[in-house]
Design a protein around this ligand. Structure first.
Ligand SMILES: C[S@@+](CC[C@H](N)C(=O)[O-])C[C@H]1O[C@@H](n2cnc3c(N)ncnc32)[C@H](O)[C@@H]1O
Length: 286
């Protein structure tokens, strides 16, 4: 398998973060390091790079080794990051999973490969897997996950069928069962939405985003920029609302920045990406 991942909205992120000498950046989701590298190509910039996935972080370390101590790595969920008083000039979160995570069949993120139902981004620190969720949650809880995190219209039927047929242990068992529950023409694989929903639930992605939105403004210098790329309408809604309501932030993007036609064609994964940016402003003491 290849460790390649095409970074989404790369030029737009660099334009928003304006890298310059002696500026410090926090990349909350370093992944394969594409965005961090684009920043580090500007002389004397510095990056703290986080990822909760140990295998991914190792690849980022290899790729970004030429930048020496201008980049520091930490394996942590960005929701648990402790800035220890450090302030940054820019913070980036490029949410979701990377292409190599999806392509590592054994991780269980994709219906394309036969594998145990795992889906944990952090395989060392986290115990709950997709199999635990599928085999122990109530039909109602599963239906809510499929509907809220996957916009799956057949959520109830799928959940009922899962509960009747479990235990399910592999991706292919789940994908085939979901496919049998679907009716009519499907533009995408019939299990895509259920797999996405499970991944979001297993990794508590929306909870982590909400914590990041609460904490990140305090990690910024005045004038520093928080940039978030989301891939799901519920994520984008959370970012938009929190940016608007947070007195520590001034919204820089009234409308989200989306990939150009050219980028969409070259990288199908970019199609649903939305970038929103906000700037840290001074807050008057009470
Ligand atoms: C879309 S990829 C990032 C790609 C990266 N910007 C690049 O250019 O290569 C998202 C990465 O964020 C990581 N991730 C997702 N949620 C996270 C969280 N809550 N804390 C830390 N890392 C997270 C994933 O493991 C994945 O490697």
């Amino acid at each position: 398998m290849s460790w390649e991942h095409q970074s989404v909205l790369l030029h737009e992120v660099v334009a928003a973060l304006t890298p310059a000498p002696e500026k410090f950046y926090l990349d909350c989701t370093v992944g394969l390091g594409g965005h961090s590298e684009a920043i580090l190509q500007y002389p004397d910039t510095h990056v703290v790079a986080l990822d909760q996935d140990g295998a991914t972080l190792e690849q980022a370390r290899l790729r970004l080794a030429p930048y020496g101590d201008r980049i520091l790595f930490q394996q942590v969920n960005f929701a648990d990051f402790d800035a220890k008083g450090q302030k940054f000039d820019g913070i980036l979160a490029d949410l979701g999973v990377s292409s190599p995570q999806l392509d590592q069949g054994e991780r269980g993120f994709s219906w394309r490969f036969e594998a145990p139902l795992d889906m944990r981004m952090d395989q060392e620190g986290q115990e709950l897997t997709a199999a635990d969720l599928i085999n122990t949650y109530s039909s109602e809880a599963l239906a809510n996950i499929f509907y809220e995190y996957g916009d799956e219209r057949n959520s109830r039927r799928i959940a009922r069928t899962i509960v009747a047929r479990r235990p399910l242990t592999t991706t292919t068992q789940l994908a085939e069962l979901v496919a049998r529950c679907q009716r009519g023409y499907q533009k995408i694989h019939p299990a895509t939405r259920v797999f996405q929903a499970l991944r979001i639930a297993v990794n508590r992605e929306f909870e982590a985003l909400e914590q990041l939105l609460q904490k990140a403004p305090d990690w910024l210098h005045e004038g520093g920029v928080l940039a978030i790329i989301s891939f799901h309408s519920s994520e984008d809604r959370r970012v938009k609302q929190q940016f608007r309501e947070d007195i520590r932030l001034e919204v820089l993007t009234r409308k989200p920045i989306v990939p150009s036609e050219e980028e969409r064609k070259a990288n199908p994964r970019a199609r649903s990406a939305k970038l929103r940016c906000a700037q840290r402003v001074p807050v008057a003491p009470l």
